[in-house]
Design a protein around this ligand. Sequence first.
Ligand SMILES: Cc1cc2nc3c(=O)[nH]c(=O)nc-3n(C[C@H](O)[C@H](O)[C@H](O)COP(=O)(O)O)c2cc1C
Length: 382
Amino acid sequence: MQDRRGFIRLLGGGTLAFGLAGSLGGCDAMPAEALAPWQGPAPDLRDPRLRMLAWALLAPNPHNRQPWLVDLADPGRVTLYCDRDRLLPATDPLGRQILIGQGTFLELLRLAARAEGFEARIAPFPEGPFPPDRLDGRPVAHVYLTPAPAQREPLFDSVTLRRSAKVPFDPERPVAEPALARLAEAAAVSGIGFAATSTPDRVTRLRAIVRAAWFTEARTPAAHGESVALMRLGAAEIAAHRDGISLHGPMIWWGSRLGLVSRAALADPEGSAFQAGVERYMKMFDGTATFAWLTSEADRRTDQLAAGIAYARLDLAAAREGIAIHPVSQALQEYPEMAPHYRALHEELGLAPPARAQMLVRLGHAPRPDPAPRRPVESLVI
Ligand SMILES: Cc1cc2nc3c(=O)[nH]c(=O)nc-3n(C[C@H](O)[C@H](O)[C@H](O)COP(=O)(O)O)c2cc1C
């Protein structure tokens, strides 16, 4: 039992794990084909709309579901739909986060269109916005494309550099004020507010809320089960799905073979694989010296889409600045078990309904992690 615990602790990312991982070489490495989209569109991909979409799918999105479908039947237009087979009903019951992930996609699409020589005019919700409680089959947006001189906006250069940095940051190194001011400028989108803090007392209170909310999610079977179902264990599963939460490397490989790492083990709050996840996340939260958040005056579908556009810009600007960014969304989620943390967070941020936070992120300094998998662009086309 002790050995089992020790092994699992290694899985949590202790220094020994890195040593052992190194000595085992490239065992269970991230499959190259899952990362191929990070090279940008293939040189022989001629259709400009597919080229833009190949950039857009590098957008941050909840749980890496990549919940995007596009209809290219009308020339000169892209119609974006939510892929409703890729929703997160337990942790995102209203579809708010999925819609933020449509906004991030649209902003990358707009930037890519500029770079490919098109002006993109985005018409959101052309058949009316979704109801507040669910995402239906109507389009998220029509994107009208007209030829224009090719222009690389500076944020476009960060598209392949961007990452959600699910790693501890240097706890002694908050993000400097001038850099925060540049992030605020990049994220300025009508109706969306940006704020940040590196004040130690406030950061300590926010860490406590983030930690408590994370535990609540982990101990709510439907919510935690949703994440576990999306875990891709090892290179073969990652290559097959190219989405979700990738877990790979020698420790996962050995753990799977020894029966210590499995979906059931990861779902069991009393088990050691689960505990390894707890340790990993607590290290991340403790290694946070700056938090930032995006707010909206209300929580309409248009606010959520705008928050996604602002978040894409914030994320790209962070990549440009060499600042690590990591969303921590649990306390923002809309299921009953989370309500006390939602209230505590909004009280801490000084937000009263109908205003709300749409994104909460850790900001800091850390080595740039590897990218997360993406599906090929063709898989988005209806
Ligand atoms: C609306 C939204 C909420 C997110 N919430 C979380 C979160 O709570 N925890 C987390 O680790 N990542 C979160 N992410 C980051 C995604 O997991 C990440 O974008 C996805 O896995 C793809 O990885 P990449 O951003 O590195 O390309 C969120 C992203 C978005 C757009």
